[in-house]
Design a protein around this ligand. Structure first.
Ligand SMILES: [Zn+2]
Length: 65
């Protein structure tokens, strides 16, 4: 059995905890290649839009836990 991918931003399943591995998650805006879960993809889009500094960097992902 294939292990579903885990979101490196929040540590949850991709695309979400209800249906792990059901379909691809979102591509992170930090580097346009790291796959994150659907929720984090939406959060990044919001941060990018509302926060002048843009979305959280990958260093900050770990700091926030
Ligand atoms: Zn996530």
């Amino acid at each position: 059995m294939k292990i579903p991918p885990i979101c490196p931003r929040c540590g949850g399943w991709i695309p979400n905890n209800a249906t792990p591995g059901a379909y691809p998650g979102a591509v992170s805006r930090t580097d346009n290649q790291t796959e994150v879960c659907s929720e984090c993809g939406q959060k990044e889009a919001m941060e990018d839009f509302f926060d002048s500094e843009g979305c959280l960097s990958q260093q900050e992902w770990k700091a926030h836990g």
